[in-house]
Design a protein around this ligand. Structure first.
Ligand code: ADP
Ligand code: MG
Length: 346
């Protein structure tokens, strides 16, 4: 290695809810919501990341708060590229004054189409990458969670993000079976909004719904029936209104989403070759992504599958860590472009 050949490479977890940037040797240097605030009359970007997120539901008419990723894929191409460019710059500022164009490893959902994948690669290049390589999200999550992905043993990872839930069984550096559903954390928030609207005629915003989920949401009826005061707009009077809601009610409203996740895990297990199932039985299923933090989700999955279930150490960071770490294996991805991003059966 020559004196100036320091590595510029980055790993980016381009998530529906959060975007993270990882630099080798430094770890995660950017951790921001995937949100951009745009002035629609001038086209200017007003804010990116948490500043933009704080504007959700609070903007004047000419400013739009955009979540450019939806269901794990790009919904707004230009805004995604602008957002990534901003985060790459932010990551490199903390790096070196001689920063050149980096190679970027970027995660994509395993169920993505070629066209959707192409859009992620092109947007990454437009954002300033010299070259961009896709890595399947569950594969990255498994590396980040410390699973032995290169060994001849079955590892099962379930990554629950904002827009997608990715289930995969990995062995020998490849995905053996996988399932990706477009049901995850955002759907839980939406279910809470609908429940409160139907039962209390109260309109609440997505950020309120999310904090209710985080505070008192649970995958199964909690033993302690906590309560929470929530504020919104009364649909009949149009005036602000406060109601008290219980953890039990919220849990009920999350049932459909939880069931869909359980179902995705079960279907994947059914398609798993017996040797690998036996490995998973021994080592357990690992949960990553912010959705893994929903209370009691591990217990419910364990009851339903009769397998041990663990939550990754830093579930929100697993994909970013794995995406960054996999840069070291970039040759593997170059020579086997399909090994890790697509399942062998596809
Ligand atoms: P993505 O990869 O799609 O960007 P993340 O892995 O960053 O998603 O997870 C974001 C999701 O996790 C959001 O839906 C968020 O509401 C949810 N989440 C974060 N913390 C918790 C928590 N404590 N309980 C339940 N859900 C959570
Ligand atoms: Mg994710």
């Amino acid at each position: 290695m020559g004196r100036f050949s320091f590595s510029q490479d980055l790993g980016i977890d381009l998530g529906t809810a959060n975007t993270l940037v990882y630099i080798k040797g430094k770890g995660i240097v950017v951790r921001e919501p995937s949100v951009v605030a745009k002035n629609m009359s001038t086209g200017d970007i007003e804010a990116v990341g948490s500043d933009a997120r704080n504007m959700i539901g609070r903007t004047p008419g000419n400013i739009s708060v955009i979540r450019p990723m939806k269901d794990g894929v790009i919904a707004d191409y230009d805004t995604t590229a602008v957002m990534m460019k901003y985060y790459i710059k932010q990551a490199q500022m903390k790096r070196s004054a001689f920063a050149r164009k980096p190679n970027v490893m970027v995660c994509v959902p395993s169920g993505i189409t070629m066209v959707e994948e192409r859009a992620v690669i092109d947007a990454t290049k437009q954002a300033g990458a010299k070259d961009a390589f896709p890595i399947a999200e569950p594969f990255a999550a498994a590396i980040g969670a410390g699973l032995p992905v290169w060994e001849p043993t079955g590892s099962m990872i379930v990554d629950i993000g904002g827009g997608t839930t990715e289930v995969a069984v990995i062995s020998l550096g490849g995905i053996v079976t996988s399932r990706s559903i477009r049901i995850a954390g955002d759907d839980m928030d939406e279910a809470i909004i609908q429940y409160v609207r139907k039962n209390y005629n109260l309109m609440i915003g997505e950020r309120s719904a999310e904090s209710i989920k985080m505070d008192i949401g649970s995958a199964t009826t909690p033993t302690e029936n906590e309560e929470m005061d929530i504020r919104g707009r009364d649909l009949i009077t149009g005036l602000p209104q406060t109601i008290t809601i219980t953890a039990k009610e919220i849990t009920n409203s999350l049932q459909d989403t939880v069931e869909a996740i359980v179902e995705a895990v079960k279907t994947t297990l059914e398609k798993t070759p017996p040797e690998l199932s036996a490995d998973i039985m021994d080592r357990g299923i690992v949960l990553s992504g912010g959705g893994a933090l929903l209370k009691n989700l591990d217990t419910v999955l364990s009851d339903e599958t009769k397998m041990p279930v663990f939550v990754a150490e830093e579930p929100l960071d697993s994909v970013a860590i794995g995406t960054g770490k996999s840069i070291e294996y970039i040759q593997h991805f170059r020579s086997h472009p399909n090994v890790s991003t697509r399942s062998r059966s596809e």
